[in-house]
Structure formats: C-alpha cells, structure tokens
Ligand binder design. Structure first.
Ligand code: 0HH
Length: 208
C-alpha cells in the first residue's frame, strides 16, 4: 500500500512540488482525483477542515494546507535542513515562494486577460531575491548544501512562470541553471515526463 494519499483536483495546481519531493525520494503516492462536479455537490467540501483541497494522508495523519504537506514530507525525508538555523532559512525562502505563488494565482484566476503584460513586466523584481540567494550559495540550492522542500516549491513555480512568460529567466543565470539542474535529477525528470503528470493542466481554468 502506498504510504501517502493525496486527494485533489485534476490539476498540478498546489501539488506539483509535493509530487516532486515525493518522487525524488522514491515515495509512492496514491491519488484520489476529485472532479469539479463531485466537489460542487458540497459534501466533500464540508468534510475538509478548511473547506478546501488538497488533503494529504500519511497513515492516520490527515493534513490540509499544501505548505504544511511540503514541510511534513521535507521533515520526514531529510529535505528540511541540517539544523534549526537552516530550517528557519528554508521556512523564510518557502514563505517567499508562497508570496509569489499567491500573486501568480491571483493573475491566473482573476486578472489574466487584463493583467498578464504588467505581471510579466514586474516579474524580474520578484525573481531577483531568489537569483541573489542562488548566486551566493555555491551548492546550487536555496539553503545549505542539500535540496529542501522550498527548492521543489520554487522549481515548480518557476516552471509555471516559464510557461507564462517564456523569457522570464533570461536575465537570471543562477535561476536558469537551478531549473536545469533540478529538472535533470533522474527521478524529477521521470516525473516530468510521465503521462499522468504531464497531462494535468497547471491550473483549473485553462489559463497558464
Ligand atoms: N492555502 C491552501 C493550500 O495551500 C489553499 C487551498 C486552495 O486554494 O492548500 N484550494 C483550492 C484548490 S487549489 C480549492 O479547494 C486551485 C486549483 C483549482 C482547481 C479547480 C478545479 C479544477 C477541476 C478541473 N478550491 C475549491 C473551493 O475553495 O471550494
């Protein structure tokens, strides 16, 4: 039996990074896909602690909130730093990834047609801090010398941004080589090439 179960909509959405960290650690994932029709019936929404998906189960542990899931898996599989200070820096970086993800989600679901140009123009301002951190850390990761859950999260969001604005990484050499390096990790490469993952749209409204 797969040790982990994920219940979510048939999109990459907030679960791309979670699938990446699990795959990279050789972990199996059982997926329950929820159609929008099923969700609209309301029963499942009512059963979710905060009325939203994803829901993640590790045995008897039930988690909501995608970043809590990343932290949980990171903690269990050695992707949460080597000490408390590294863990705090990883939290800081992941919070910044979440800030950018929220901007991205707002664009996709609320302002795509009117706001895409301005978003792409403004994007370098938001990518610059990540470029700065990565260009200083010779390991090629955000914190310390090993990959953390924040790296999978940033990598996932950068892939989305490459789809949104194809030139988004052009003036960021450290980010560009970071994306190439993580994409080349054998288990990540296999996930990105796997049909079940590839066929999922990034978002739920057809915008990307
Ligand atoms: N802070 C939460 C987290 O990080 C936010 C969860 C959230 O926004 O986990 N959940 C949304 C779905 S994520 C939700 O449950 C966005 C994907 C939308 C896909 C829509 C369906 C597509 C079907 C093809 N939304 C439902 C709701 O709030 O009722």
């Amino acid at each position: 039996m797969a040790p982990y179960t994920l219940t979510y909509f048939p999109v990459k959405g907030r679960c791309g990074a979670l699938k990446m960290i699990l795959a990279d650690n050789g972990q199996q994932l059982k997926e329950n896909l929820v159609s929008i029709e099923e969700w609209m019936k309301g029963d499942m929404k009512g059963s979710c602690l905060f009325g939203q998906l994803p829901k993640f189960e590790d045995g008897d542990l039930v988690l909501y909130q995608s970043n809590a899931m990343l932290r949980h898996v990171g903690r269990k599989h050695g992707a949460y730093g080597k000490n408390d200070c590294e863990a705090s820096l990883i939290d800081m970086m992941n919070d910044s990834v979440e800030d950018l993800r929220l901007k991205y989600i707002k664009l996709i679901y609320q302002e795509y047609d009117t706001g895409k140009g301005a978003y792409c123009k403004d994007l370098p301002k938001h990518l610059k801090p990540f470029e700065s951190v990565l260009s200083k850390n010779k390991s090629g990761f955000l914190v310390g010398d090993q990959i953390s859950f924040a790296d999978y999260n940033l990598f996932d969001l950068l892939l989305n941004h490459k789809v949104l604005c194809s030139s988004s990484l052009d003036s960021f050499p450290a980010l560009k080589s970071y994306v190439d390096k993580i994409a080349a990790r054998p288990k990540i490469k296999a996930l990105l090439e796997c049909e079940n993952f590839k066929k999922l749209p990034i978002n739920g409204n057809g915008k990307q």
